[in-house]
Design a protein around this ligand. Sequence first.
Ligand code: ZN
Ligand code: ZN
Length: 361
Amino acid sequence: MTPPAAPTEATPQVPPTQLGASPCACKHTRYSLPTASPLLEITPHPPNGFPVPQICDPVTEGLDETLLTAWMNKPGPKAWVRPWRAKFEHDAEATWSKLRTLIQRVVGKDASTNLVISTPQQDSTFTTERNPPPWHFLISGLSQEATTFLVNLQVISTPDITVFTLPFVQPTPTFLCTLENFTLPDSPESNAIVADVVRHAMQSDDIIPEFIRGLDSNPDVLPTLINSIHVTSIRIANNVARKQMLWNVYCSYTPTFLTLEKHFLWRCLIRNLRFRSEDHGMGAVRFGEKQFRCMGCKSLDHPTGLCPFPAIPGWLGPKPQLVASLPAKLTSTPKPTRGRNSTRGGRGAPRGRLARGGPRY
Ligand SMILES: [Zn+2]
Ligand SMILES: [Zn+2]
């Protein structure tokens, strides 16, 4: 996903879609809603689709083992739903109640008679995460048609609650890593140079070709994977005086053998490469605390302040406070207030603490 390059003053006013009222123009199959269903105000599907949050951990991360087994064994169509800015809650009743109302309204009362929204329970692993997993509720008891409809919506943003829907078999992410330290300006040419450095590093590695050959002996697979590497740039502000250029690396080709598990291994091999360039220094992967994790959508390819979702026309979810409109003195205050309706750092260039480790992203 390409995050917005610069802070935008205001989101253009687009009337929200009314589910059941105006048909979606995109290719997704529409599930016919009962006409009696009350109209629901949701953010319309953008013409080019919603950005896909790059979730690079299993959706079952942090889920209690016994519960995991029970959920896997549940019969019938299943899907996952993750609230915006999800965090594990010991008392999830309020969230669950909102989810239930939302899904009942989206698929219709009649279709959701047997709806079950299963609440995650945390395993006993100690975690220091501010918003610890498990983040996903399990949806079951709906027809295949209703489940597919729900999953195809991807994002349901309403004034009441905003959620992401995922198929039960978690999609393999395309994001591989964020690179820093290249001495390059922000330009499409630079992105192409970085992509070339990554491709070269993959090609000249000993383990990567062997790893791929071990999964599929077809000699065309590796070149296709290498050619599917693409790079986008992201610009962050470490503090008022220092802006930093970063490059996100993606592989847009996901062969069927690259299951989520294999993808994690493949991603790990790439993240450990040396990204040398002849003229522009050596790229370094942002590991550990430098790894971004958006609090809102949980994607790993941007900090919270550069989340593309609140900038979507007609967005009904929480909006960040408009940092740009605040006096400079306030924006450099080390402890910004964080209400329910704000995301860290506002929508534009994130401020100091965002990029400097500290809490995890
Ligand atoms: Zn659509
Ligand atoms: Zn985000």
